[in-house]
Write a protein that binds this ligand. Structure first.
Ligand SMILES: NC(=O)c1ccc[n+]([C@@H]2O[C@H](COP(=O)([O-])OP(=O)(O)OC[C@H]3O[C@@H](n4cnc5c(N)ncnc54)[C@H](OP(=O)(O)O)[C@@H]3O)[C@@H](O)[C@H]2O)c1
Length: 251
């Protein structure tokens, strides 16, 4: 039986992915900060016939998280699939109102937390010549927005890491997938006060991501109307692109 670790699996995208992986026959470690919520997730997976374990993990304490993931990897004899999904959104603030403390909180979880999840399993995967690491990044990392500089920067950093890691790891038999969703209906986006273009339902997002992982895709970008708009906007001169973005800014 293949073994997977999914961080941020107590709700939202991580929870939906963990359930799909269990249905596909993976033994799943569902990670998050709240033991009671994790036990409920495990219960739901087991009721549906899957195998799961609660794994308490706070990725915003990267050194501790790295140690815990390394120990789990050793204990189970090597995880086959590791999904660094845990992430936070922060407040949408114009950059003049953003603080170093907020940026640090976001980077600690979205960048250092993801690296703390992925780095400790890579040497084992390379030694075995197999395995799969996945990072849940965002289309926000491709498209600079005036009110989301810290979140966008954290996701751009994660995608850049995955891009570099793929060059290194794919020739050594380890798959790397960079997931870049647009807006997905979860608790993270529920607080957004602005109109979210092409909002995707959680179930559909989980299906797209899971299919991408199953096929070993390098990058999973969705939804298509938004990815097309972003790709097209990158072809515009910066001055024109910034004028369009500012005309539509949410704050
Ligand atoms: N929703 C979207 O539109 C969207 C779009 C693009 C990318 N994403 C990315 O997708 C990922 C999942 O987002 P979501 O929408 O499913 O968010 P969500 O519903 O808010 O769920 C976030 C998950 O991350 C966990 N988490 C947060 N901080 C953590 C920490 N320090 N340590 C461990 N776990 C932590 C939460 O668990 P606990 O609080 O129980 O610990 C929860 O399970 C994030 O990386 C997000 O940036 C989301």
């Amino acid at each position: 039986m293949k073994r997977a670790l999914v961080t941020g699996a107590s709700r939202g995208i991580g929870s939906a992915l963990a359930k799909r992986l269990a249905k596909r026959g993976y033994e799943v470690w569902v990670a998050g900060r709240n033991p009671a919520t994790l036990e409920m997730e495990v219960g739901e997976i087991e009721t549906a016939g899957g195998r799961a374990h609660a794994f308490v993990l706070d990725v915003s304490r990267p050194e501790e998280a790295e140690e815990r993931v390394r120990a789990l990897d050793a204990e189970v004899g090597g995880l086959d699939l590791v999904i660094a999904n845990a992430g936070i959104g922060g407040r949408t603030l114009p950059v003049a109102e953003q603080t170093l403390a907020q940026a640090r909180t976001i980077f600690e979880t979205n960048v250092m937390g993801a690296l703390a999840t992925l780095l400790p399993v890579i040497p084992g995967m390379v030694a075995r010549g197999s395995g799969h690491i996945v990072g849940v990044s965002s289309l926000a990392g491709e498209m600079p927005l005036p009110a989301a500089a810290d979140y966008g920067t954290s996701k751009a950093a994660l995608s850049f890491f995955l891009e570099s890691a793929a060059m290194d790891l794919i020739p050594r038999g380890v798959l790397v997938t960079d997931v870049r969703p647009g807006f997905v209906r979860t608790e993270l986006t529920a607080k957004n006060q602005f109109k979210m273009p092409f909002l995707v339902e959680l179930k559909d997002a989980a299906e797209i991501i899971d299919r991408g992982i199953e096929r070993g895709r390098r990058i999973v970008r969705f939804p298509m109307p938004l990815t097309t708009a972003i790709t097209a906007s990158r072809l515009l001169p910066t001055v024109l692109r910034n004028r369009i973005v500012n005309a539509k800014r949410p704050v």
